[in-house]
Structures are given as structure tokens and as C-alpha cells.
Design a protein. Structure first.
Length: 96
């Protein structure tokens, strides 16, 4: 695992349909089998950088296929070829 990527999608769609589009994106991320955690503003994934960027790209298409006229996304990336800290390592002490 050489990367963590956080993704916030903001589909260009009427407010009443926003959550249903975001739910489709999260469902897709879940189906990829990468380790992920959903937060109130973004979903964080961890794995191989290339694989995660392919997922980010697909999420844009999911928004448009679900009826959004566009997809605006905020993406945060941490990359280290030697490995990165896991989601659990970063937040475990705050969950106890």
C-alpha cells in the first residue's frame, strides 16, 4: 500500500437527488474491495496509487451516469513508495 486518497464528490444535480448520487459513488467504492472509510465530507481509500486514481476517475462517470450535469471533486493524495500509515493507524486512538 503506497497511497491514501480522500475523495469528496459534489455532483451538479438538484439538492434533493444529491445524496442518492453520492450513495452510488460510495457503493461503487465499496464494490472495489479497497480499504475505505466514509466520513461526513469525504471518503478515504488506501491502496496502490494507480488503482485508487482509476477509482476516482470512475466515480466522476458514476455521477454523470446518475443524472448529474457535471461532477466537481476534491481529491487529497498522500503517496510514498515505501508505504503510508493506514486509516486505522491514523485514527484508532481517537475512536477509543
Amino acid at each position: 500500500m503506497n497511497a491514501s486518497v480522500s475523495l469528496q464528490v459534489l455532483p451538479g444535480i438538484e439538492e434533493g437527488k444529491l445524496f442518492s448520487v453520492v450513495d452510488k459513488v460510495i457503493h461503487y467504492i465499496k464494490s472495489t474491495r479497497v480499504n475505505y472509510e466514509v466520513g461526513p465530507f469525504e471518503t478515504t481509500m488506501e491502496g496502490d496509487l494507480h488503482e485508487l486514481l482509476v477509482i476516482v476517475e470512475k466515480c466522476q462517470h458514476i455521477c454523470v451516469e446518475a443524472g448529474a450535469s457535471y461532477s466537481f471533486s476534491n481529491v487529497k493524495i498522500i503517496f510514498n513508495p515505501k508505504g503510508v500509515a493506514t486509516i486505522d493507524e491514523k485514527v484508532k486512538k481517537h475512536r477509543e
